[in-house]
Design a protein around this ligand. Structure first.
Ligand code: CAA
Length: 385
């Protein structure tokens, strides 16, 4: 893709590419196999400024824009989608809410260590009974003087087993009044924070995911993020940013699979000639390339719209959902085709194709399923609900 990126954008993209190829590619398959969280490489990514790309330098970040973030995240995910997941949760889901709604003290305490990569951040919205229907949550926070007492269970928390801090959403409504959801910052080292079982997963296996439980967790009132009752809008606004990250991750996985296929069809011989000379293979290559390009353009368009929205304050929900929907489905199509082109070799763990294929699936599920993205897009386009 040949767009006019700035020197700064190209610099972070190239730094991410060099690191991804030299430090992540060699360990990706082993971490996928063992499911071990790649703490060392994540720390090094923090040192390179990749764990808080859009966070101002004064809070430990790299002070760059969303286009830089997308370019860097694509490179990391092209090497390994699990590193991409951890990077995207830190950058998008954790840092965005704090940057927009955090007080000075909250940014100092909760943003600095995560943006610099010293600590891992997480985002706790989903519960066992509420995934897509996110506002139907049960975790409850009850104010008691200068403290909120929080109780209940969250599930599917990416980076949950290792995160030091979390943004957590809880009900604060009282009986007989309007339902209200509020956002809180959580320090996982305080009493009352309990980690549950770690999820065994199909893909992104090195990114740890678990349930968490809050048992009379005492959250100081000054750790409340935004106002009481503002939490659902914070959660949705943060997901608008997060979905651009997932689109970039999907583009990275798709690019990795496409590149393997493009090379393989030139080398692999069948019936006395390279398989790339067969029209059925040519059609696959052409369709994969078009979808990859379209996915990347939609993702960059969403990133640019988010950059512009900084001044106008306008929402970029539509662009973000379109990018996430299209890129995740393109990644699933492309990894499927690339594996098919490789035949038995694609099915073997000796090549990374089967990992790309497994890793792509989650991009159609987390941060809003494809069905939810279609609903969001159609609602915004028609005004109907
Ligand atoms: N930005 C700001 N405000 C928003 C918003 C947005 N993007 N989307 C909705 N809102 C506001 C609405 O304007 C509305 O405000 P008013 O009441 O003032 O009008 C309010 O929020 C409620 O909106 P809806 O009526 O549209 O809410 P809904 O209950 O119908 O739900 C939904 C909408 C789109 C289905 C939403 O629930 C959703 O996105 N669900 C999917 C949740 C999701 O993505 N979960 C992923 C979990 S995170 C994850 O995967 C993490 C991980 O670890 C990687």
């Amino acid at each position: 893709m040949n767009l006019d990126f700035t020197e700064e954008q190209l610099m972070i993209r190239d730094a991410a590419r060099d690191f991804a190829q030299s430090a992540i590619v060699p360990i990706a398959a082993a971490h996928d196999e063992s499911g071990e969280f790649p703490l060392d490489t994540i720390r090094q990514m923090g040192e390179l400024g990749l764990m808080g790309i859009e966070v101002p330098e004064q809070y430990g970040g790299a002070s760059m824009d969303t286009v830089s973030y997308v370019l860097a995240l694509k490179e990391i995910s092209q090497a390994d989608a699990a590193h991409g997941t951890i990077m995207s949760v830190n950058n998008s889901l954790y840092a965005n809410g704090l940057m927009k709604y955090g007080t000075e003290q909250q940014r100092e305490t909760f943003l600095k260590p995560v943006a610099s990569g010293e600590a891992i951040g997480a985002y706790a919205l989903t519960e066992p009974q509420s995934g897509s229907d996110a506002s139907n949550m049960r975790v409850r926070a009850v104010r008691n003087g200068d403290t909120y007492v929080i109780n209940g269970k969250k599930s599917w928390i990416t980076s949950g087993p290792v995160a030091r801090y979390m943004v957590l959403f809880a009900r604060t409504d009282v009986e007989g009044e309007q339902p209200a959801i509020t956002a809180f910052m959580i320090d996982t080292e305080k009493p009352g924070f309990v980690r549950g079982k770690t999820e065994p997963k199909l893909g992104i296996r090195a990114s740890a995911t678990c349930e968490i439980e809050l048992e009379d967790y005492q959250c100081p009132a000054e750790w409340r993020l935004g106002e009481e009752g503002q939490g659902f809008k914070i959660a949705m606004g943060v997901l608008d940013a997060g979905r651009i990250g997932i689109a970039a991750q999907a583009v990275g996985i798709a690019a990795a699979a496409y590149e393997c296929a493009r090379q393989y069809v030139q080398e692999r011989q069948a019936f006395g000639r390279p398989i790339g000379t067969f029209q059925m293979i040519q059609a696959k290559i052409a369709d994969m390339r078009c979808r990859l390009e379209a996915a990347e353009l939609l993702t960059l368009n969403a990133a640019l719209t988010k950059v512009k929205s900084k001044e106008s304050g306008a929402r970029y929900t539509l662009e973000s959902s379109m990018a996430k929907l299209y890129a995740s489905e393109a990644a699933n199509f492309i990894t499927h085709q690339a594996l098919q082109i490789h035949g038995g070799m694609g099915y073997s763990k000796e090549m990374p194709l089967e990992r790309y294929y497994r890793d792509a699936k989650i991009t159609e599920i987390y941060e809003g399923t494809s069905e939810i993205q279609r609903m969001v897009i159609a609602r915004l386009e028609t005004g109907l609900r």
